[in-house]
Design a protein around this ligand. Sequence first.
Ligand code: BES
Ligand code: MN
Ligand code: MN
Length: 451
Amino acid sequence: MAYVDANRARFVDDLIEWVRIPSVSSDPAHAPDLVKNAEHLAATLRNLGAGRVEVWSTAGHPAVFAEWLGAPGKPTLLVYGHHDVQPVDPLAEWITPPFEPSLRDGRMWGRGVVDDKGQVYIHAKAIESFVKTVGRLPINLRMIVEGEEEVGSANLETLLRERAEDLAADFVCVSDTAMFGRGIPSLCVGLRGLAYLEVFVDGPALDLHSGSFGGGVANPVNALARILATLHDADGRILVEGFYEHALPLKDRERREIQSLPFDEKEWLRSTGAPAVFGEKGYSTLERIWARPTLDVCGISGGFQGAGAKTIIPARASAKVSCRLVPDQEPDDIVGKLTAHFAGVAPPGVRVRVERLHGGRPYLAPTDHPVYEVAKRAFSRAFGKPTVFMREGGSIPFVRTIADATGKPCLLMGFGQPDENAHAPNEWLDLENYHLGIKSAAYLYDELGRM
Ligand code: BES
Ligand code: MN
Ligand code: MN
C-alpha cells in the first residue's frame, strides 16, 4: 500500500487526462471520441503488463478488453466498467467545464469522473500497484470496459456471447455504484432493471388554428394528459394491469436489513430540494427506491413551446416513460403490459403508438456465497469500518446478463457518493474515495488470492 500512498497525486493526474476525452455515447457526433477514449484506456492497460489488451469493435461503440493470467491455480476475477459518459446539458450550470476536470474541496469535478471513469481507473491503479511492486497480480484478472452503458448496452449481449471464453471467470466485480454514505464501505446487493418506452399520440396532419378547428377534432396534448393520468392512483400505486404480478415481495429479513441502515430521511429530502417525500403507500423511502418498481414520465413534448401565446390544436404529442423493475419483472413483459394499457385508454379521435427504447433486467446478489464475506473484509480493510449491504435503484444491464450467462456471483463494489451529481451538472469524485478505492480493489485481489 506504500506504492498507492506514494503515487496518490499522479493517480489523480492520470485520471484527469482520461476525463478530458468527451466520450458521450448518446451523441453520434462524439463517436470518434469513444474510439479515442477506448484507445487511451487500452494504452494505459498495455503499460501494466497485461498479457492481452484489445479494443473490441461492436455495431456501436467499442469495448476494451484486457487480461492478466499470471496466477495459475488462483481464482479469476472479471472486472466490468464503462468508458462512455452521459451528455453534459445543461452546460450553463457547470461551475467548471465538464471536460476540463478541476480539483476543488477534495473532489475532482467533470463529466464521467465517478460514472464511471474514476471507478475504472481505481482498478487500473490497483493493478498497477501490484505489477510495479510485486511484479504480478495475486489472482487472474480479466477486464471488460464497454462504451454503451449509458445508452442501454444494446450490443453487450452479442459481445458476451461471442467472447464468452475470453470473459470466463469465477467472480465478477463491478465498480459503478455509490456508497451508502461518507466513509461507509457498501456492497450493493441489488439493482433495479429498466423498461423504457416512448408513447406517441397523433392527431391532425398539421397544427390547426384552434379557433377554426377547436371543438371539431381531438387535441393530442389533451389526449396524452388523459392517458398519463391513468397510470397511477393518488397514492402512487401503478394502475397498469398486471404491473406488480412478478414483483417479488420484500422478505422480512430484507426489510430489517434496510431498516438497520443509518438513513437520514430529512437530510436526504433536503439534498433533493423537493418539498416532501412521495411514493407508493406502505413502504419506506429506501424500500420504494431499492426494492419496489416505479413508472415515471421522464419527458413530455407537444404543442407550442415558445414565448407568449399561440392558438393551435397541436398535430402530435409524446411522452418518454421509464419503469424501474425489481426481480422477477421482465422488461419485455412490462412493455407489453404498458402497450396494452395505452391501447385500452386511448381516447377517441387520436392514434396512439408505442416505441420501445432501452431496457435492462434487475439483479439480486446471492449473498449467501462466501465471496461476499471476502469482499466485505477487503472493503473494510481499506476504509477501517464495517461494510454494509445496500441496494441501488439504478440499473446496470451487464450485471444480470453476465450473472445469468455464467452463474457466477457479482460483487458490486462501488466508490461513488450518494450526492455525486452523476448524470447532472457538476459531477464529482471524492478524492479520498478514489484513493481508498484503489486500496479496496487491491485488498480484494489479495483476499481473493487467499480463497
Ligand atoms: N452507474 C449507473 C448505475 C447506477 C445508478 C448506480 C444509480 C448507482 C445509482 C449507470 O451508469 C447508469 O446510469 N445506468 C443507467 C442504465 C440505463 C441507461 C440502461 C440508469 O440506471 O439509468
Ligand atoms: Mn455507471
Ligand atoms: Mn450512468
